[in-house]
Design a protein around this ligand. Structure first.
Ligand code: CA
Length: 237
């Protein structure tokens, strides 16, 4: 994989913005810059960056407001860039879902380390995921996360990309009820009304992995709430 992660820098001070941009560009990141909050939000939607560096002191919109706005529909990691001594702002930013903060002035290695950490957390996904887990076996279902292959009764099964993502999300949170909204946000990113699409995809997955899709043993329906993947399944009993 050689796709450069895109970093959106929302920062009104040109010197700082250029400093960050130079470091990131030379470390294999792609950089998009915004000087105001308004510009930042619009670039966020058009570029869908992998991570955001957000200055809290912007000329037009308060940084925390921008964060709240982003968090309404996106889990993209946001690192807050703040001035020394603004503790309350930083706590507020973390409360509203910032993934970390960095205090000006900062150096190259500190900046890169913050970005790596935030991106690692976000790629681990939500919830209880055990980091470094390579595969999971539930009953006669085996999901190999490294190879991105799913086996049922030892046979490889064919899934669409969305079906696979759903199965990964559910299996990594096995035993836990995941709400419809949570699943939709995790898979489709933006909260739109994808509940019908979700149902259709779940039905398709069940047809592929359940002995009797009408009485599922692997993916259980939590009526009116969401879905839960069983932690253990004994088939044929
Ligand atoms: Ca500023």
């Amino acid at each position: 994989m050689d796709i450069k992660p895109t970093v959106l820098i929302i920062e009104d001070e040109e010197a700082i913005c250029n400093f960050i941009s130079a470091i990131l560009t030379s470390n294999n990141y792609q950089v998009v810059k915004a000087k105001t909050g308004k510009e930042g939000l619009s670039m966020f939607t058009s570029y869908v960056p992998d991570i955001v560096l957000l200055d809290l002191g912007l000329p037009d919109i308060d940084g925390v407001e921008i964060l709240k706005n982003i968090r309404q529909w996106s889990k993209t990691p946001v690192i807050v860039v703040s001035a020394r001594g603004h503790e309350r702002e930083k706590v507020a930013a973390l409360d509203f879902g910032a993934d970390g903060y960095i205090v000006k002035p900062f150096g190259t290695s500190e900046l890169l380390a913050r970005i790596r950490t935030a991106m690692r957390h976000s790629s681990q996904g939500a919830g209880e995921e055990v980091s470094g887990q390579e595969k999971v076996i539930i009953g006669t279902l085996e999901i190999d996360y490294n190879k991105r292959v799913v086996y049922k009764d030892g046979e490889k099964i064919h899934l669409t990309s969305i079906e696979y993502k759903l199965l990964v999300l559910l299996s990594k949170n096995a035993g836990k009820v995941l709400t419809h909204d949570f699943i939709i946000r995790e898979i489709w990113g933006v909260y739109t009304d994808e509940s019908h699409t979700l149902r259709v995809n779940m039905a398709n997955i069940r047809r592929k992995i359940e002995a009797n899709p009408g009485a599922p043993q692997y993916i259980l329906t939590e009526m009116g709430v969401g879905y839960r993947m069983a932690e253990e399944v004994t088939e044929g009993v």
